[in-house]
Design a protein around this ligand. Structure first.
Ligand code: ASP
Ligand code: MG
Length: 450
C-alpha cells in the first residue's frame, strides 16, 4: 500500500474557493485514501498573535475584537461552503478556548510562549475541522502523534517518539482511510501544546510522511514548484522539474521561500519523494525533490538564490579566533542566521542575518563594543548537483561577474552550491545576469571574463 501525504498551506485553505480547489486536488490525488495536513487559514496565525500581544498588554477589548474578526471570517467561509452546521460544535469549543487563553493573558498581563502556543493551536484546528468536511475525510488530532520537546514557539520534533505514536495511523491509513489533521502543532513530553515555529506545517507533513512510511509527500502552495530564481528579479525564471534533496537544502538555506528549511530533513532520512505543486494549476508544472540526485551535466547550475539583509562583522587579525566564534555563537543562539565565518591572516569576517529582535540586540551590543559591523550585504548562491562533479565550474561562473565587488566566498556550506557576498544594491542587476549566464547558459560578454 503506497501512502501519500498532502499538505495545504494558509492560502490554499484561506477561502471557500480555495478550499473547493483543494478538495478537487484531494480527490484526484488520494482516490484510495491518505493523509491531508492543513495549516490555519491565511491571516489567522498573525491575527491570533496580534490578539495575544494585545491581551498581554492588558488590552482585552482589542484582543476580543480581533478574536471576533477571526470568528466572523471563519463563519463566512464555512457557511459559503454549506458546512457551518457540521463544524459548529467543535468550533464553538475552540473559540471559547481561545477566549479563555486571551482572558488569562490579559489577567496576568503577559503572554508566555507556552500560552501563545496553546492559543495558536486554535487556528490550525479550526481549519482542519472545516477541511475534513470539505474533503470528506475524518479529522484526527495531530497532537496525538507529533511528539516534540518543550521548547515552546519552536519545538524540536522527536522522530522516534512520533513514529511509535503513529502506529495506529499507519494501520488505519494503510487500510485506505482518508484523514485530515493539523500542521504546525505538537505536544511536549508533559502533554502541553507546542508549535514548530512559523511556517512549520511543511515540516509537519514531512515528519508525518516519515513516520507513516509514505511514498510521497506533496506540498501544495501558490507557486509553480521551485523556480530557477526569484521571479520578481528574473521574469524568465522557470520551474525546476526535478531536483535533489541537496539542491533543495542549499536553496532553502540561501533564500528560496517555497520550502521551509526544516522540512527537508525527514525526506533525507526516510527517502520519500517530495513534490511541490501549485493549487491554481494542479496539472501544470511541479517540482519533484528526489532522494537520489537526478542526472545533471558537469558544472551545471540549476538555480540562483539570494538572501538580503546581511551584516558583515569584521574582527581584526590581532583579536584571534575566539571573539568571532563567541560572537557567532551568541548571535545564533539569539536566532540569527549565519552565512559564513571567513578567517584569513588579514582578519575574520562574520556574515549574519539577525532575523529576530534578540539577535538585533546582540548585534547592537557587539557594535557598541567596537566591532566593525556593516549592513547592506547580500549572499548569492549558485546551486546545482553539477557542481559536485566539477567544483571549479563555480569559479568560472563567478568570473562572469567581472569586476563586481565580492565581499567573500563562503565555502564549505554544501558540495552542491557556491555562495558569496555582494552589496545588496547590486542584486537587481547581478541575479538576472547570473541566471542568464549560469542557468540559461549564455556566454558572458568578453569584458566580463577574467
Ligand atoms: N499557520 C502557521 C504559520 O502561519 C504554520 C504554517 O503556515 O505553516 O506560521
Ligand atoms: Mg503557511
Amino acid at each position: 500500500m503506497s501512502l501519500k501525504v498532502l499538505k495545504f498551506g494558509g492560502t490554499s485553505v484561506g477561502s471557500a474557493e480555495a478550499l473547493r480547489r483543494a478538495a478537487a486536488i484531494v480527490h484526484q490525488e488520494l482516490p484510495a485514501g491518505g493523509l491531508v495536513v492543513v495549516s490555519a487559514m491565511r491571516g489567522t496565525t498573525d491575527g491570533i498573535l496580534e490578539a495575544c500581544a494585545a491581551a498581554g498588554r492588558g488590552d482585552l477589548d482589542s484582543a476580543q475584537s480581533m478574536l471576533s474578526a477571526i470568528q466572523t471570517r471563519h463563519h463566512e467561509v464555512a457557511s459559503e461552503l454549506g458546512h457551518l452546521e457540521a463544524v459548529r460544535a467543535p468550533w464553538e469549543a475552540l473559540f471559547a478556548r481561545l477566549d479563555q487563553f486571551l482572558t488569562g493573558m490579559a489577567m496576568l498581563g503577559e503572554g508566555t510562549p507556552r500560552a501563545r502556543d496553546g492559543a495558536l493551536a486554535v487556528g490550525e484546528t479550526l481549519s482542519a475541522h472545516l477541511a475534513a468536511q470539505c474533503f470528506g475525510g475524518a479529522f484526527h488530532e495531530v497532537r496525538d502523534v507529533m511528539k516534540t520537546d518543550a521548547r515552546f514557539g519552536k519545538a524540536r520534533p522527536l522522530p522516534s517518539a512520533i513514529r511509535a505514536a503513529a502506529a495506529p495511523w499507519r494501520e488505519a491509513l494503510g487500510r485506505g482511510a482518508l484523514w485530515v489533521t493539523q500542521g504546525f502543532l505538537g505536544t511536549s513530553p508533559e502533554g502541553i501544546t507546542t508549535t514548530l515555529g512559523r511556517g512549520g506545517s511543511d515540516t509537519s507533513a514531512t515528519l508525518l510522511g516519515e513516520a507513516l512510511d509514505a511514498e510521497e509527500v506533496q506540498i501544495w502552495t501558490d507557486v509553480d514548484g521551485v523556480l530557477t530564481a526569484d521571479p520578481s528579479l528574473v521574469p524568465g525564471a522557470r520551474p525546476i522539474p526535478q531536483m535533489s534533496l541537496g539542491e533543495a537544502e542549499a536553496l532553502s538555506a540561501f533564500g528560496a521561500k517555497v520550502l521551509h528549511a526544516d522540512s527537508l530533513a525527514p525526506g533525507g532520512r526516510a527517502g520519500f519523494r517530495l513534490v511541490v505543486a501549485n493549487t491554481h494549476r494542479p496539472d501544470a508544472s511541479r517540482t519533484v525533490i528526489l532522494p537520489v540526485p537526478p542526472a545533471r551535466s558537469e558544472g551545471a547550475v540549476t538555480s540562483v538564490a539570494y538572501k538580503e539583509g546581511i551584516y558583515l562583522l569584521r574582527f581584526p587579525a590581532t583579536a584571534g579566533l575566539e571573539p568571532p566564534m563567541e560572537a557567532a555563537r551568541s548571535l545564533e543562539e539569539a536566532g540569527a542566521l549565519r552565512f559564513g565565518l571567513i578567517s584569513s591572516p588579514a582578519g575574520t569576517l562574520l556574515a549574519v542575518r539577525p532575523e529576530t529582535h534578540a539577535a538585533t540586540e546582540v548585534l547592537g551590543t557587539l557594535t557598541a563594543s567596537g566591532i566593525d559591523c556593516e549592513p547592506g550585504w547580500a549572499v548569492i548562491a549558485l546551486v546545482g548537483e553539477g557542481l559536485r562533479a566539477d567544483p571549479v565550474a563555480a569559479l568560472r561562473h563567478l568570473a562572469a561577474l567581472g569586476h563586481e565587488p565580492i565581499g567573500g566566498l563562503l565555502t564549505g556550506s554544501s558540495t552542491v552550491s557556491i555562495a558569496f557576498l555582494v552589496p545588496e544594491a547590486r542584486l537587481g542587476d547581478l541575479i538576472p545576469r547570473l541566471h542568464r549566464h549560469c542557468v540559461d547558459g549564455a556566454p558572458a560578454s568578453p569584458d566580463q571574463m577574467i
